[in-house]
Design a protein around this ligand. Structure first.
Ligand SMILES: Cc1ncc(COP(=O)(O)O)c(C=O)c1O
Length: 428
């Protein structure tokens, strides 16, 4: 006779969070009081409209429009079905000549002109891990003021002292090094907030002359720059003077990973030294398979880069003509710098009402009162879509008070002083 064991009905646990101590409540309240209530007037700067079917998405960093590439998806899907999620563990345990992750690291490193490479879980993990493993409290770290937050976080976790220099100001970098001595120089090749491009040749020469270690974050140039997408440093022939390139593979590679190039000797050291490498699990097999297929596409489908740069230069020229101050962007990143967060909400709403969806950037991603909407151009934008973006930006100028933005006033002032400087000197 079979016995029927009756299980008592499972009671749903009541949902109640632990009460917060006062110091935490005070800190969280500050956000709701100062930012949500006072600055955003009860709205939310990150929560605009939901994009409709004909929306133009300019918030994704998928510059080469690879997120849905059939060959890449097939490679990742096939691997997922074959291998599942593989072994879930830290990368420190990986070894063997035919390990797909290690093989891909080598392949990507060679593509970028380096001896070895290290795959990380993200660009953030790559940058924090790298700086933590090359600097310490005695190392001066020279960092461009606009370098990505993950690099600053690396300096903080290294316990090193940041000696920042003005954005793209090589003379200031030189003066800082002369004062504090050889150290680590950190720049982005393309700056993620406004698309400005680093004067790489001069920065590298300066760092090299003073015996510094050079770190270049190529997140926004890997895949998009160079004949085969090898990035800016390799395409400019500067690889032999730059010690480390880092990159997020969540931009042109349209995946979820980060990368560091280095010497072979350094790469093994890194795996035993960098906290994100030791204490966080490594990538999954299908992610590697996807990235490997992406590298094939990036090398062979050069037309994507050609289209990307044509689209970006068309849009830059058109928006500049409309009077927007694009802050010297020379890349696929275009920022409309509206200034205050309230102005940025107005700009966001005006663009979104016309189906244009960019990314809101405000503090801590920008200095206070230099908030902006970032437009990330991609290679799949059609002529019609580009025209729609320009039409929308033309139509909204009054509605968003573009003429009175501080960035517009700066543009007018610099045009006036350039015109003055160009006038022939009148002989007395
Ligand atoms: C220049 C730069 N470096 C690093 C990162 C971090 O990359 P990830 O998103 O892969 O963590 C980003 C992305 O925001 C970036 O723009």
């Amino acid at each position: 006779m079979t016995s029927i064991i009756q299980t008592p009905a499972l009671a749903m646990p009541s949902i109640r969070n632990a009460p917060e101590p006062e110091f935490l409540t005070r800190r969280v309240n500050r956000f709701y009081q100062e930012r949500v209530q006072e600055t955003w007037a009860g709205g939310h700067i990150m929560r605009g409209l939901q994009p409709g079917k004909d929306a133009i998405h300019l918030s994704s960093n998928d510059y080469l429009s690879l997120a849905n590439h059939p060959r890449i998806l097939e490679a990742a899907a096939h691997c997922l079905l074959e291998s599942g999620n593989g072994l879930l563990m830290s990368g420190i345990f990986l070894h063997g000549d035919d390990n797909p992750l290690l093989t891909f690291e080598q392949r990507l490193a060679r593509f970028m002109g380096a001896e070895a490479g290290i795959l990380c879980q993200s660009g953030f993990a790559a940058n924090t891990g790298l700086i933590q493993s090359i600097a310490d409290a005695s190392t001066p770290v020279y960092i461009d003021r606009m370098a990505h937050m993950s690099l600053w976080e690396g300096i903080r976790s290294a316990g090193a002292t940041p000696r920042s220099f003005y954005h793209n100001d090589v003379d200031h970098l030189e003066r800082q090094i002369a004062q504090y001595g050889p150290g680590v120089v950190i720049v982005d090749s393309v700056y993620s907030t406004n698309g400005s491009v680093c004067p790489l040749r001069d920065v590298v020469e300066t760092g090299h002359r003073h015996g510094c270690v050079l770190v270049v974050d190529e997140s926004h140039s890997l895949g998009t720059h160079g004949l085969r997408g090898e990035g800016m440093v390799a395409s400019m022939g500067l690889g032999h003077k730059v010690h480390f390139l880092t990159a997020s593979l969540a931009k042109a590679f349209a995946g979820r990973a980060g990368f560091i190039t280095s010497s072979a000797r350094f790469s093994d050291y890194f795996r035993f030294e960098a906290n994100p490498a030791i204490f966080s699990s490594t990538l999954l097999p299908h992610e590697i398979a996807g990235l490997d297929a992406t590298l094939d596409v990036i090398q062979t489908e050069g037309w994507r880069r050609t289209r990307l740069h044509a689209n970006a230069s068309y849009l830059r020229a058109a928006l500049d003509d409309l009077g927007y101050n694009l802050n010297d962007t020379a890349s696929q990143i275009i920022a409309l710098e509206s200034g205050t967060e309230q102005q940025t909400i107005i700009l966001r709403d005006a663009l979104e009402a016309r189906g244009i969806f960019g990314s809101v950037f405000c503090a801590p991603a920008t200095p206070k009162n230099r908030a902006l909407i970032r437009l990330s151009v991609n290679c799949a934008l059609t002529e019609r879509e580009l025209a729609r973006i320009v039409d929308a930006c033309r139509a909204i100028r009054q509605e968003v008070s573009m003429e009175s933005w501080p960035s517009t006033r700066r543009k007018r002032a610099s045009a006036a002083s350039a015109a003055l400087a160009a006038q022939p000197a009148v002989a007395a």
